[in-house]
Design a protein around this ligand. Structure first.
Ligand code: SAM
Length: 243
């Protein structure tokens, strides 16, 4: 998977993604990540990339030409025209299913806005997906791009050491993950549930499934509408709802 981020703040992307699991995946060659500086494509004397909005109003708007030229130069270099995700509070709200869909691509381009946003005409020309990371307004698209890259990267084969760990996590099957415990067995007088120490795998699985259902019901009941539930799950939920 190759990530290309079009931004006015390339250091923010490269510094932010250089560590931990994603940094290691880049070093190991499972991912490539590059930040393309939109300012490099400005044709103005002072490398200007923004201007006042037509019609008046507060703030500045990013101009279309440098963004278009930046994207075209990338396409020419890599010999294809990848999907372009514009990070915007006006987009569909990002979720795990979208991460799974994007993870199937070989190349992805992220377009980060700043100031009041980007001239609509270049968005119409190059953007294929409008994505928001939540119903709030940030100062720029860099943090949302990093959030998405992180979530997508974990689904790319080889990025996580343990391939199964992404498969059984929260949102898989539209259920939240069960609670996790590690050493010590007793912490602040709280003991790890006995079943997890029993070594009885079937019982552990049963307990985890029940905890997943309980947690989803308590914290995200909306997810249950689209969850893949067995008859046994439904019975457990009915009992939990009565409590
Ligand atoms: N004037 C724009 C509006 O009302 O829709 C908001 C512009 S915002 C201050 C600047 C940039 O931050 C946007 O162009 C976008 O790239 C990014 N951004 C802000 N909030 C975001 C969110 N919730 N999700 C994704 N990107 C966001």
């Amino acid at each position: 998977m190759n990530f290309h981020v079009m931004t006015l703040f390339p250091d923010m992307i490269m510094d932010g993604m250089n560590t931990s699991i994603i940094g290691r995946a880049v070093k190991n060659g499972h991912l490539t990540l590059e930040a393309l500086n939109i300012r490099d494509y400005s044709k103005s004397k002072h490398n200007q990339v923004d201007d006042y909005p037509y019609g008046g109003g507060a703030g500045m708007v990013m101009q279309p030409e440098p963004i278009y030229d930046c994207y075209e130069a990338l396409c020419e270099r890599i010999g294809k025209r990848p999907r372009v995700i514009y990070l915007t509070p006006q987009g569909s709200v990002f979720h795990q299913g979208m991460a799974e869909d994007f993870a199937k691509e070989e190349d992805l381009v992220f377009l980060c806005g700043h100031y009041e946003g980007i001239d609509e005409r270049v968005l119409e020309e190059i953007v294929t997906d409008y994505v928001s990371i939540g119903d709030y307004v940030l100062t720029g698209g860099e943090l949302p791009a990093m959030v998405m890259i992180d979530a997508i990267s974990r689904l790319v084969p080889g990025v996580l050491n343990n391939e199964v760990s992404a498969e059984f996590e929260s949102f898989h099957d539209n259920l939240l993950e069960y609670p996790q415990y590690t050493r010590p067995v007793v912490y602040h007088e709280k003991r790890v549930p006995d079943v997890l120490l029993s070594g009885h795998h079937a019982k552990i699985e049963e307990w985890r499934r029940e905890q997943s259902l309980k947690r989803t019901l308590e914290r995200r009941p909306d997810l249950l509408e689209n969850a893949n539930l067995t008859k046994k799950d439904q019975k457990i939920l009915a009992i939990l709802k009565e409590k």
